[in-house]
Write a protein that binds this ligand. Sequence first.
Ligand SMILES: Cc1cc2nc3c(=O)[nH]c(=O)nc-3n(C[C@H](O)[C@H](O)[C@H](O)COP(=O)(O)OP(=O)(O)OC[C@H]3O[C@@H](n4cnc5c(N)ncnc54)[C@H](O)[C@@H]3O)c2cc1C
Length: 482
Amino acid sequence: MPLLTGDDYRQSLRDGRQVWISGEKVEDVTTHPALKGMVDAVARIYDMHHDPLYADLMTFELPEGGRGARIYQIPTTREELSKRRLITAAILGDICPTMDRFGDETVTPLFVLANRKPLLDKYDPRYAQAATSWLHRLQRENLFLTSGNTDPKGDRSLHPYEQHDLDMNTRVVKETDAGIVIRGAKFETGAPYGHIAFIKPTVGAWVEENRDYAISCILPLNAPGVRHLCRAPLSRHGAEFDAFDQPLGARFDELDTLIVMDDVFIPWENVLFSRQPELAALLRSEFSRWSAQAYLARCQAKADLLVGAALLAAEQAGTIKLPPVRSRISQLMVFKATIDAYLLGAEAACETTEAGFIMPNQAIQNAGRVYCSMNYSPMVNLLRDIAGGTPVMLPDRAMLESPETAPDIEKYFRVGNHSAETRLRTLALLNDLTASPYAGRAQAYQMFAETPVHAQEAALFATFDRESAIARARAVAGLEAA
Ligand SMILES: Cc1cc2nc3c(=O)[nH]c(=O)nc-3n(C[C@H](O)[C@H](O)[C@H](O)COP(=O)(O)OP(=O)(O)OC[C@H]3O[C@@H](n4cnc5c(N)ncnc54)[C@H](O)[C@@H]3O)c2cc1C
């Protein structure tokens, strides 16, 4: 079967899924104003797989013949690892540098499970078999995969098994010869326009008493018992934004959704593990082995956009020659170049896994992840500083076009050769990067969507070569002789 096209993808979403936005049931997710922008963006990714410009990069020859989606292939060489980065960069370049969720990142915990086959086999041979057969299916069918890790959780001071309502974290309520039945909910970006969700345990202490919560499986997003409760769209009531006034928000809204799973049956072939706290802990500890590469590639594109917006705004306002403004723009450039260094350095010093796969250097990549999660808001703040207050005091396109207001807008927003329209468009971009609801969500995404910073720091601590650092310090302190 050839890989899906954009139109095939749109058609595949008309599958009876249960989606609600602002209290109303969505009849067709491909045409709803709050979802259409993202459906069109994802459809473009599908079409890119058939576009001669990208097809060689984005697809590969399947062993059984035909082309498969390369992003779902585990890298076995450094070149294949680099291609993952290049695919992410190509999508961000072609569609929009602020796009966050597509399958490049969300598939990678399946790589982690496939890599640990001997360990999984000790628990149940069906687990690794499910992981590898899902990877093959994803390569063949290029399904859009979302990520369900984060539960509502309830009281954070209590374990899942101690909660007053036991469904605050997703759990197995029944196990049969045919499969498992799960109940609970997960927060997921993009679920209303995804095909399947990869359900996994959240960050936590995976003690034996949490056994019923230690599950991972593949969930079709139209399965009976699945309900999508979308967050409020950024654009009020899902009405479309004007691309002049919200150049980013008007493109798409990556709707974050609470997926409710009301006693959903999962057949064994979709179960990656069930009631295995040790495997939950393993998956969490190795979770970002490959996913953080895609995260850093996104951060790189976003940082580049912030630098570009700063240069444009300063050039138009005539502040570009002022040393303090150049200094702030240079600081933004430091952020961008540092992200480049983390991304490329982790690739250059790549590591071989237990099963012989190739993954980015873990300590470098984990340090980059912490750096990016902590520094997106400071980067945005620098841009805000460079731009001054005008981005939050802007008239909209209608004011520029109204015969009564246009002359004043033309007069007071023009600077030299830069027309009022040029300036308003640029300042609107700055508003969408620093001040709008779109900008606010983007900052929260950067801080949390790659797991909270404390979990990233723990991953860095675990993967950093501490022995070598301690040995160096011992030698310098003269402790070896003591
Ligand atoms: C825009 C956006 C998109 C997202 N998309 C997805 C998605 O697609 N899939 C998905 O699964 N999740 C997604 N998330 C959820 C994200 O993974 C969580 O927000 C994140 O894991 C933090 O969990 P929480 O929001 O429940 O915060 P909480 O767990 O309530 O944490 C709140 C604060 O307390 C701190 N804290 C909590 N527990 C501890 C602890 N034990 N030690 C130290 N500090 C602690 C946290 O660091 C944080 O500062 C998304 C989040 C955002 C903002």
